[in-house]
Write a protein of this length. Structure first.
Length: 258
């Protein structure tokens, strides 16, 4: 009963897409990035404006890098900020957002880019037919529980998946994202994971490198652009090497192939 009392208010709200990131749309949209902000495990509160602002920098970087291909980005405005157990509200909102992107823009590839709880939502919603890639930044994943089903990975088959995690993240356990990536790799070879040495949950210390990595990966996945050598190596390497790839300082400069 307490659970329903807690999450009830969000049931009267509806998810929506924010305005296009980085200004007006190009003449022809060639792909869509949906940005999924962080959230909380259990909450009936409205979506966090601070979390919304937190995904804008990577969104702007992606849209700017993909302008030639007509890449457009939107931040997903959740009904609330809570995952809320089996309701998985943030994942449901992410799925709604993909449907809405298809309705607006037609048959174009979609990349889901999430942070924290939003990264979990991105990974869960990846099974949508329109989704071609997922970027999960510091994903919040549940502790392993023998009495509960493990976090699903089958929906990732056929998608390109990038997980990025700071080694000093005190909010979401990097080891849990590694274990998830190891299971995902068995289902989907196009899975890789980068570790950002000494960075925390917000990935601020090496924000430029993280954003460059996300852009490199996303544009390669959606538009078949050549990707940087570290990304190629991470995708090709067997576990654990391709799932503990260090993100080099200065990525996005000299690390890209000529």
């Amino acid at each position: 009963m307490a659970h329903y009392a807690l999450v009830g208010p969000s049931e009267t709200r509806r998810p929506r897409l924010g305005r296009p990131v980085g200004g007006s749309l190009s003449a022809a949209v060639g792909g869509v990035v949906l940005l999924l902000p962080d959230g909380e495990p259990l909450s009936a509160r409205r979506a966090s404006a601070r979390a919304h602002l937190g995904v804008l920098p990577v969104g702007r970087t992606l849209v700017r890098a993909g302008r030639a291909e007509g890449l457009v980005g939107h931040v997903v405005r959740y009904r609330g900020r809570g995952w809320n157990g089996a309701d998985a509200e943030l994942a449901a909102d992410a799925t709604w957002a993909v449907d809405e992107a298809v309705r607006r823009y037609g048959d174009v590839p979609v990349c889901l880019v999430g942070h924290g709880m939003g990264a979990r939502a991105a990974l869960r919603a990846a099974g949508h037919d329109a989704v071609g890639a997922v970027v999960a930044l510091a994903p919040w994943l549940p502790e392993e529980d023998v009495a509960a089903e493990p976090e699903p990975v089958r929906q990732l088959a056929g998608r390109r998946v990038l997980i990025v995690h700071g080694t000093n993240d005190a909010r979401t356990d990097p080891e849990l994202s590694f274990r998830f990536a190891a299971r995902a790799k068995k289902t989907n070879r196009d899975t890789c994971r980068f570790e950002v040495h000494s960075d925390g949950h917000a990935l601020r210390q090496y924000a430029a490198e993280v954003q460059a990595l996300a852009a490199d990966f996303t544009l390669g996945a959606l538009f078949a652009r050549p990707v940087a050598r570290p990304v190629t190596d991470a995708l090709a390497a067997p576990p654990p090497l391709g799932l503990r790839m260090p993100l080099a300082v200065g990525f996005g400069g000299s690390s890209r192939r000529p």
